[in-house]
Design a protein around this ligand. Structure first.
Ligand SMILES: Nc1ncnc2c1ncn2[C@@H]1O[C@H](COP(=O)(O)OP(=O)(O)OP(=O)(O)O)[C@@H](O)[C@H]1O
Ligand SMILES: Cc1cn([C@H]2C[C@H](O)[C@@H](COP(=O)(O)O)O2)c(=O)[nH]c1=O
Length: 217
């Protein structure tokens, strides 16, 4: 019998380290990941930084239309399936090769983001979990917690392209509440309004504790 993709992923997961950084848009994921990766690399760790969804998902017409204009005639199921397909390619082409090369993978969003986002778009958690069944939870997850209102304000100040959902504090707040409700036991929840330095230091200690190394002072 051919080996299933699920089995291949499960094998690569053993002994590897995948850290997901989650939180609503504007929470500070990119900012934290940059510092965290630099700090871990400086201490000799091989790190691979990546993100979900990938540019493949973002480039798809229904996704771009949804981001610009909202649902219209695009079913949430369609976007969730495209995002799951994107996730499977991302695992096969990027995450597994990095793990097999002995790297620590830090991902800007991971499978929990799909659950938090697509529940607010009306899909059931069991259906979302089923279509993402091939993707195990990460070994560690950092949730940057911020209110929808504060996130909208940060996104506005950051400037650049702003998606429709990013203008709605109540939508971002609903996604935030899903993240908080669904979080794994070992998830580190950080106040995203602390200073970037303090957030990065708490994240560094968490990652080192997961890699079972003594935490340097
Ligand atoms: N701890 C912090 N305190 C204050 N401002 C912050 C902090 N972290 C990030 N910011 C600022 O908030 C804005 C959003 O940060 P960032 O782009 O890192 O968020 P993000 O979660 O990656 O957003 P998105 O999901 O939209 O890509 C940026 O302008 C950034 O400089
Ligand atoms: C995981 C996942 C995310 N999305 C959404 C979440 C964001 O609003 C965008 C991507 O934003 P970025 O700031 O450009 O990273 O996509 C989604 O629609 N489906 C998903 O599975």
């Amino acid at each position: 019998m051919p080996e299933t993709f699920e089995h291949e992923v499960a094998q690569a997961w053993q002994g590897g380290l995948v850290i997901a950084v989650c939180g609503i848009d504007g929470a500070g994921k990119t900012t934290l990941i940059e510092t965290l990766a630099r700090t871990l690399e400086a201490s000799g760790e091989a790190v691979h930084v990546t993100r979900q969804p990938t540019s493949f998902y973002r480039s798809l017409e229904p996704v771009r239309t949804y981001h610009d204009e909202g649902a219209g005639n695009i079913p949430a199921e369609c976007l969730a399936l495209l995002s799951a397909a994107d996730r499977s390619l991302h695992l096969a082409r990027e995450v597994l090769p990095a793990l097999l090369a002995g790297k620590t993978v830090i991902s800007d969003r991971f499978v929990a983001a799909a659950a938090a986002i697509f529940e607010t778009r009306g899909l059931s958690r069991s259906w979302i979990d089923e279509v993402n069944r091939f993707c195990p939870p990460p070994h560690g997850q950092i949730l940057l917690d911020i209110s929808g209102e504060e996130a909208v304000e940060r996104i506005r100040q950051r400037g650049g392209y702003i998606r429709l959902e990013e203008r709605s504090a109540s939508t971002l707040e609903a996604i935030r509440q899903n993240y908080l409700r669904q979080r794994q036991e070992n998830c580190l929840v950080l106040d995203a309004q602390a200073t970037p330095e303090s957030i990065a230091e708490q994240a560094r200690r968490y990652v080192i504790s997961l890699s079972r190394q003594p935490v340097p002072a």
